[in-house]
Design a protein around this ligand. Structure first.
Ligand code: UT7
Length: 319
């Protein structure tokens, strides 16, 4: 049994924040610096009343619509987020309720910016085992809620959004190969080292990052994991029609493409207009390129992510 994506969807909150808007708000930065060092020009920010599950709902309804299924068919919901609505229940359960369905298994996974690669890989394992047939896989984030707007090294990088796919049991492939990894000893280079205890915030509930260390780590593991997955599938990089990497920094994306020998014309990039939306960035980019007609049925796609933990992973699939 194979697992195949039958629908994609995404959602961006309506409020867009440009680099110059950040400067106008008093962030000690410039449009020139952000564009040159990251490729980011704009990001979307959720309204105060919008939670991760609301963004997820809009993206999921899009994906359900393009798959042409009814929500009742979904028997598994895996949702990746680092910015859940609550401590519990899971955002996946809140999404299930907002979709008006019940009975399907539903849970969140936490792998930060690799979350979607982790969630998609996990959903495929459920389908391959025969236990489930129709999964809703979501990446959703309101990262703006965990940014320190006085830290120019992080606050200019991130945005909010959600992306979703429907993954169904199929006779045709489908996901061809995948790989997931983590190295917890590297947790300190990208973390939100805070918690709630006795009703009080303990630690620092804001993103803390050693940018250059993360940059070096990302460039290394993204090239490695893409090659690992190609080897598992017995394919070469030349077979990839579209690379859809996590959207953190255009320089990381360019370096990964170069190492794989892929021209930038075969790489989907949304970092300029979405910023880094963590677990949402890959499905947002996937949906953008499906909707504008670049990605077609039968194309070979490489999805890959890297993020806090440290975690990283890649999924090679026939769309
Ligand atoms: O989702 C996965 C996690 N995220 C990533 O993958 C991000 C990985 N890292 C990066 O993308 C880059 O390291 C950054 C974009 C975060 C930083 O770029 P960089 O080229 O590594 O800059 P840097 O941190 O080495 O800082 C260079 C200079 C410093 O000034 P001095 O010390 O040279 O005077 C910083 O203070 O740039 C300064 N700087 C800024 N200047 C204007 C740092 N942030 C800003 C800013 N605006 N926003």
């Amino acid at each position: 049994m194979h697992a195949r994506i039958t629908g994609t969807g995404s959602y961006l909150p309506p409020t867009a924040l440009t680099n110059n808007d950040l400067v106008a708000r008093g962030v000690d930065t410039s449009d020139e610096w952000i564009v040159e060092r990251t490729g980011i020009r704009c990001r979307h920010i959720a309204d105060a009343g919008q939670q991760a599950s609301d963004l997820a709902l809009a993206a999921s309804l899009n994906a359900i619509g393009t798959a042409g299924i009814s929500a009742e068919k979904i028997d598994l919901i895996i949702l990746a987020t680092s910015t859940p609505d609550y401590i519990f229940p899971s955002t996946a359960c809140l999404l299930q309720s907002k979709l008006g369905i019940s009975g399907a298994a539903a849970f969140d996974i936490q792998a930060v910016c690799s979350g979607f690669a982790y969630a998609l890989t996990m959903a495929e394992k459920f389908i391959q085992s025969g236990s489930h047939r129709c999964a809703l896989v979501v990446g959703t984030e309101v990262f703006s809620r965990i940014l320190d707007w006085n830290d120019r090294g992080t606050c200019v990088l991130f945005g909010d959004g959600a992306g979703a796919v429907i993954l169904e049991a199929s006779e045709e492939p489908g996901i061809l190969a995948s790989a997931l990894h983590a190295d917890g000893s590297q947790h300190g280079i990208l973390e939100v080292p805070g918690n709630i205890c006795g009703g009080k915030v303990v630690g620092q509930p804001f993103v803390k990052m050693d940018g250059p260390a993360v940059f070096k780590f990302a460039v290394k593991v993204l090239a490695e994991v893409a090659q690992e997955v190609l080897d598992r599938a017995g394919m070469s990089a030349a077979a990839i029609d579209w690379l859809i990497p996590h959207q953190a920094n255009i320089r990381i994306i360019q370096s990964t493409a170069k190492k794989l020998g892929l021209p930038m014309g075969r790489v989907v990039t949304t970092v300029d207009r979405h910023g880094n939306t963590s677990a949402a960035s890959i499905p947002l980019a996937l949906d953008a390129a499906v909707r504008d007609g670049r990605i077609k049925r039968g194309d070979t796609l490489m999805l890959e992510g890297v993020g806090g933990g440290f975690t990283w992973g890649a999924v090679l699939l026939k769309f």
